[in-house]
Design a protein around this ligand. Structure first.
Ligand SMILES: Nc1ncnc2c1ncn2[C@@H]1O[C@H](COP(=O)(O)OP(=O)(O)O)[C@@H](O)[C@H]1O
Ligand SMILES: [Mg+2]
Length: 406
């Protein structure tokens, strides 16, 4: 584990622990058939794709924070119940659970690490197939592909557990869902909810098991990665306007992971008309920092320059006016059951800073504010020709590999 991750995990136990619930009473309730419930595990944090009345949603679970052994048993139970696994593997359930819950193995699993870290146990295991890393040589009889699938699921759930180490025993782990719901709530307050699929607390019942979490509507369209190479003549003014708004919103949230691939785009006749962003639970979202000058994982330029002016040439009136009107108490009222008091405190500091930056920007760039119908292709050209790595330029670079992972 590198130094930054150690600091993050320490903060998660202390100052940066999430607001957490003993009971989640404000959740919308749904009964789901197993046929309409699919575990997606090729991700950082596992999630479920769910169909409700033929509509698709994505569910992020807030599990109960129990002692690690019980947590491990419960995620393993879920895997055997909900993952799409073959019968041979299912028949080995007892052997696997017995092995993984041995003390030595469990300790190694607790320190499994994250896939993006080359020094982690999980990275080494995936690259060397060395079972001794986890002391599980007895499981060699089982197909390695099935074991790797299980471990792909496990590392995300265990990382989730560790990020939630500040949550009291038997409370719900809200580290991720608080970020997703907080992001949508703030977007609504700034009239920017068209950028994000609707997201809300949900209680789902499946096979008699109750699960709490956040439910997000499906983002329509396709990943821009499928359009590669994306060229300037494919960019519409509406999409460009949305890129600026998202860049701005992310600065308030301290969201670093809204790269192409974490949003979908709607594209007709090779013109991208709009976007919707879904991966809103980056571990640093709503971080306890006053900073509004930061770079995303894709090395975007900080949105504020050294003169404390926005690097964007334009913004639409509506989100800017909404931010200028925001009062600390509005934020507190809307987010007090989602974010922790210290997260709200720092969000309010970032809002105050951006308010000052906006006022200075409006004074300096006379045509900074535009109505939605005033955006032009000329504005797109100016953005592309600027020296800044804006969200638009990241998309047009057609190189969507992250440079950094924190
Ligand atoms: N609301 C959504 N709409 C459409 N696709 C989604 C949505 N949420 C998740 N997905 C799909 O699930 C994948 C993983 O979700 P994501 O939140 O990006 O997780 P990760 O942290 O692993 O990148 C995405 O790449 C996307 O294909
Ligand atoms: Mg993603």
């Amino acid at each position: 584990m590198n130094f930054k991750q150690k600091i993050l995990l320490f903060l998660c136990k202390t100052f940066y622990r999430p607001y957490s619930y003993k009971v989640i009473s404000n959740a919308e309730k749904y009964n789901i058939d197993q046929d309409n419930f699919e575990l997606i595990k090729k991700t950082t944090f596992n999630l479920y794709r769910i169909k409700i009345n033929k509509k698709t949603y994505y569910f992020r679970e807030a599990r109960k924070h129990t002692i690690f052994k019980d947590y491990l048993l419960s995620i393993l139970e879920d895997y055997f119940e909900f993952a799409n696994i073959n019968s041979n593997f299912k028949n080995c359930k007892k052997m696997i659970i017995d092995k993984l819950s041995e003390k030595k193995v469990m300790k190694a699993l607790y320190n499994i690490g994250i896939v993006n870290d080359k020094k982690s146990k999980i990275y080494r295991f995936f690259n060397t197939n060395d079972y001794s890393i986890f002391f599980i040589d007895e499981l060699k009889k089982i197909d390695i592909k099935d074991i790797k699938d299980l471990f792909q699921y496990l590392w995300g759930e265990i990382y989730q557990y560790r990020l939630n180490n500040g949550v009291k025993k038997d409370y719900y782990q809200t580290f991720n869902i608080s970020k997703t719901i907080g992001t949508y709530t703030l977007a609504c307050m700034l009239d920017l909810n068209q950028l994000i699929p609707k997201t809300f607390f949900a209680e789902i019942v499946i096979n008699g098991k109750i699960k709490y979490g956040s439910l997000m509507e499906e983002a329509p369209g396709i990943s821009p990665c499928e359009l590669m190479p994306v060229t300037q003549d494919m960019i519409s003014v509406n999409f460009y306007n949305q890129c600026c708004s998202l860049y701005f919103l992310d600065t308030l949230i301290y969201e670093k992971d809204h790269r192409p691939g974490n949003y979908n785009v709607i594209c007709h006749n090779n013109i991208i008309s709009s976007l919707k962003v879904f991966d809103n639970d980056s571990p640093l979202a709503f971080f306890i920092t006053p900073s509004i000058k930061f770079s995303s994982y894709m090395k975007s330029s900080p949105i504020v320059d050294k003169n404390n002016i926005l690097i964007l040439n334009h913004m639409s009136y509506s989100p800017v006016n909404k931010v200028l009107d925001l009062k600390s108490n509005d934020i507190k009222k809307k987010l007090k059951n989602v974010l922790s008091p210290i997260q709200i405190f720092f969000l309010n500091i970032r809002i105050k800073k951006i308010q000052r930056v906006i006022i200075k920007t409006i004074k300096t760039k006379k045509d900074f504010l535009l109505k939605n119908n005033q955006w032009s292709c000329e504005d797109i050209k100016n953005d592309v020709n600027s020296n800044y790595n804006t969200y638009l330029n990241i998309l047009l670079s057609n190189n969507y590999v992250e440079n950094n992972y924190e």
